[in-house]
Write a protein that binds this ligand. Structure first.
Ligand SMILES: Nc1ncnc2c1ncn2[C@@H]1O[C@H](COP(=O)(O)OP(=O)(O)OP(=O)(O)O)[C@@H](O)[C@H]1O
Length: 705
């Protein structure tokens, strides 16, 4: 079970036998735990690294990397293998062959150099052999580039299909996730790191990311090193030469090791302490604010730009370590100071030349073989350098791979486990809802948003939920809709615990208007059609829903009717072309997204709910302040339509209706009214009963008329 960082899981009693109801799980808990542990900021187990941050190469992290690799690499590699086994084999073979190319290149060029040397030293300027050698070199170059482009094309196909396959798996998993699962910050980070893993499939070192396919690059480097070693072996057959060879390689590697050691403490530009972790989180928050369209109006109106910039700059400087003066001698060790002041490279260069000079004494030595010798040693050292860089990237990618594997195993919190799953039993005349002592607290909140709520609603009845702001109405609605889970109590729907229904199946039997409904940057038809996908492509069905919601005049005034693209950002309304269009009402240019008023958007949201409300399988209509932005006439019409939709042709009630409202004139339409205060139902009954009781509802009602 995922540890909820913000909130202890309080689930007392009423737990379904054998079911982890309303809790998510990762089937490989050890994998998830190892990934989570790798994110702990050293010296503070409570603060976690931001997603994508590099793990320090510590012993603990190395052990975690081994554990993660053991648990996830096989799954990921077999997933990749299944895509294109033949192409992957070809990729491996070609990458191994590529390793031998530099050696061939070296040989060919050495032969040309030798030939030029012999032509000059003999004074016999006959260039037939030289021309032949140059022609061979050109042919070799052509073959090599042909081979390279074929190998690259193959690699591109493998990389992009791997990326697509993994992206698909991740996307498939992400769309399965419900609100409570994604409310867990660890799950969100898990998905974010998985995204980075998927993005790494774009060729070597894409944005510093390393994919398992890039391991082939390591193969190429190894085969290149081996072929260079072979060349050196053939060039230096006796023991003296072998020791010279070893000496030569060491003299190249030592400066590298020294510079690597000197850089090591600065190896990461990353979060190694709590202060940096906090600064990174703040920097990301400020960056998100600056980039988001959703905040734009308030940023402009309240002049938040400089405040955002200032906060971002301070946090960014802290993450880059620019906020404190650097005292170099204090920060650097004596060793670093010494080594930075001693330039050993000159001396080592001289040492590197020694083997070459000694080899020159040999009678068999030629200028070409010297070139080949030096070239091979340089290539070996370069390969070692690259190998060390790639292995550091591979180390980081293990954690991202672990995140990917764990993310694919997350079971959404509201999804029942197979042993307790139950098919939804339709009643045919509306949903029966029995709430028993339901309580729920948002993660991180100490006060329950819903507390000990109990009520019964019979099939076909209408319930109005009223109450003060923040009294828990929308939260209760989300619990009934199974968008949010609950911590304690029991919710029976048609006689069974709602936690036993598959969430997607349960949702097929209800429709809703949310208080904060979604506005999509899409056409009117799509904005409404999402309410019932099978009919989205049928303009007549969409037009019927639009008419039922009273949105037909809005749509008729749009330049392309149902096909008009809507501007969900709200920025469109303030753009010049919309200002001009206002005089000629809706005469915006074809194809430009169209802005809508708050009330117009609300009618679109109601149309969306009505798309599905007409379906016979729908047994619950839940409307959270559906008419808050509508005028009184439009409001009455919406409630009349809801009443019609909730009845059969014969006029019998076939759907249960729950609506939340602040307008108490509409609440009296309901069979039952629930008055909420501080998360709980304080009064429950008919309008007349509650008025007669003279309690909170009665006083609120009197205040509203
Ligand atoms: N996502 C959330 N995270 C944390 N707390 C929340 C969240 N949403 C709501 N709350 C808190 O839960 C409580 C109930 O909120 P809810 O939205 O259910 O009230 P409401 O009665 O619908 O309010 P309103 O009439 O203003 O729409 C409030 O105290 C609110 O601050």
């Amino acid at each position: 079970m995922l540890p909820a960082l913000d909130k202890p899981t309080r689930r007392v009693g009423n737990k379904l036998p054998g079911a982890n109801s309303d809790s998510s799980e990762v089937s490989d808990k050890a994998l998830y735990d190892a990934w989570l542990a790798s994110r702990a900021v050293p010296a503070s187990k409570a603060i976690l690294l931001t997603p994508g941050a590099q793990r320090s190469p510590s012993r603990e992290n190395a052990a975690l990397a081994v554990r993660i690799a053991r648990r996830s690499s096989l799954g990921v590699l077999s997933l990749l293998w299944q895509l294109y086994p033949s192409r992957i084999l070809l990729l491996v073979a070609m990458d191994l062959c590529r390793g031998a190319f530099p050696v061939f290149r070296g040989y060919s060029q050495a032969m040309i150099i030798n030939e030029v040397q012999s032509v000059i030293s003999s004074g016999n300027f006959v260039c037939t052999r030289l021309c032949r050698l140059i022609a061979t070199e050109l042919l070799r170059l052509a073959l090599e580039s042909g081979f390279d482009s074929f190998a690259s094309a193959n690699e591109e196909v493998v990389q992009s299909s791997a990326r697509f396959a993994l992206e698909y798996r991740l996307m498939e998993q992400r769309v399965r996730m419900d609100v409570p699962t994604l409310a867990d910050p660890n799950v969100r980070d898990l998905f974010q790191e998985s995204d980075l893993f998927v993005r790494s499939f774009s060729g070597v070192a894409n944005f510093g990311l390393f994919s398992p396919l890039d391991l082939l690059r390591i193969l190429t480097l190894l085969s290149e090193m081996l072929s260079h070693l072979f060349v050196l072996w053939t060039l230096t057959t006796d023991r003296t030469h072998l020791s010279l060879l070893a000496f030569s390689i060491i003299s190249y590697i030592v400066p590298l090791l020294i510079s690597w050691w000197r850089q090591y403490p600065e190896y990461t530009d990353d979060i190694q302490d709590i202060r940096a972790a906090r600064a990174t989180a703040k920097q990301n928050k400020m960056r998100a604010m600056a980039h988001s369209d959703a905040y734009r109006s308030e940023i402009v109106l309240f002049g938040l730009g400089p405040w955002i910039l200032d906060n971002w700059a301070r946090a960014r400087m802290a993450t880059l370590g620019l906020d404190q003066p650097r005292s170099f001698p204090a920060e650097n060790s004596t060793f670093n100071v010494l080594t930075s002041n001693i330039n050993a490279s000159g001396l080592l260069m001289a040492l590197q030349n020694m083997p070459v000079l000694l080899a020159m004494q040999s009678s068999s030595a030629s200028l070409g073989s010297f070139t080949l010798y030096r070239n091979s040693i340089q290539s070996i050292v370069f390969s070692i350098q690259q190998l060390s860089q790639l292995s550091r990237m591979a180390f980081q990618s293990i954690f991202l791979m672990g995140a990917f594997s764990a993310a694919l195993q997350v079971r959404p919190r509201l999804q029942p486990s197979p042993e307790v799953k139950l098919a939804y039993p339709s009643s045919g005349n509306g949903m029966k809802i029995e709430a028993r002592n339901i309580s729920f607290s948002y993660p991180g909140s100490h006060e329950p948003a819903v507390r000990n709520v109990s009520f019964t609603l019979n099939p076909g009845e209408t319930l109005a939920i009223v109450g003060y702001n923040g009294s828990g109405k929308s939260t209760l609605a989300n619990i009934l809709l199974r968008v949010t889970g609950f911590d304690e109590g029991e919710l029976l729907v048609n006689g069974h615990d709602v936690r036993r229904y598959d969430a997607a199946e349960y949702h097929r039997h209800l429709t809703a208007v949310f208080q904060g409904f979604s506005k999509f940057d899409a056409s009117v038809r799509q904005n409404v059609g999402v309410g019932y996908f099978p009919d989205m492509q049928h303009p007549a069905a969409v037009a019927r829903a639009v008419k039922l919601a009273g949105a037909d005049p809005v749509v008729a005034a749009l330049p392309q009717g149902l096909k008009t693209r809507l501007d969900a950002s709200g920025a469109g309304a303030s753009l010049p072309h919309f200002a001009a269009a206002d005089q000629g009402h809706r005469a915006s240019p074809r194809g430009r997204p169209q802005g809508l008023s708050g009330g117009e958007w609300q009618r679109i949201a109601i149309s969306r709910a009505f798309m599905r409300a007409q379906r016979p399988e729908v047994e619950l209509l839940l409307l959270d302040e559906p008419t808050a932005s509508l005028d009184a006439h439009a409001q009455n019409r919406v409630f009349e339509t809801v009443d019609e939709l909730a009845r059969s042709d014969a006029g019998e009630r076939t759907k249960t209706v729950v609506f939340i409202t602040h307008r108490l004139s509409t609440a009296r339409r309901a069979d039952k009214i629930a008055m909420m205060e501080r998360g709980t139902i304080i009064e429950f009954g008919t309008h007349e009963e509650l008025l007669a009781a003279g309690g909170a509802y009665a006083s609120l009602y009197k205040a509203s008329i």
